[in-house]
Ligand binder design. Structure first.
Ligand code: CMP
Length: 141
């Protein structure tokens, strides 16, 4: 077991429906600690850079437009095996495939408006956290 950090984004479909508290409750109930969070508006440039790995995918332009359509809450979650644990808590990318009790099953509207993003590996978590947060924003005490 190892203590890890992972990056979470609560997406515009969730901020629009005022369910960030519900999602945070589900995160905390799983044992993960929210050690940093901020509500921000992404620009097209920032959203495109964040999702650069998907730039050749057919859904890229729609994804970027969706991510800038309203505020997002970017968060750092910490806990034992946080990366894999948060992926279980989120559920499958497509809410139709997500298990009951997961954030995406309970909250998501579609594969695009799927309420949350979570890092997919420990390496990517480090990169994604440093994309949004500086060291001084990550107080673990
Ligand atoms: P996320 O975990 O944020 O990573 C990339 C996002 O692209 C994904 O969640 C979905 O919201 C979005 N997306 C839209 N269409 C698709 C698709 N067909 N396959 C995978 N991801 C998609």
């Amino acid at each position: 077991m190892s203590t890890e950090k992972t990056l979470s984004i609560i997406k515009p479909d969730a901020t629009a429906r005022n369910i960030t508290g519900k999602i945070n409750y589900m995160i905390e109930k799983s044992g993960l600690n929210i050690i940093a969070q901020k509500r921000i508006k992404l620009s097209k440039e920032v959203a495109s850079r964040f999702y650069e790995v998907h730039k050749e995918r057919p859904f890229f332009e729609d994804l970027v437009s969706f991510m800038v359509s309203g505020p997002v809450v970017v968060q750092v979650l910490q806990g034992e095996n946080a990366v894999a644990l948060y992926r279980r808590v989120m559920g499958a990318t497509n809410p139709d495939d997500a298990e009951k009790g997961t954030i995406r099953k309970e909250c998501a509207l579609s594969i695009e408006a799927n309420s949350v993003h979570g890092s997919d590996s420990v390496d990517n978590a480090k990169k994604e956290i440093s994309f949004f947060f500086s060291e001084t924003e990550l107080y673990e005490g």
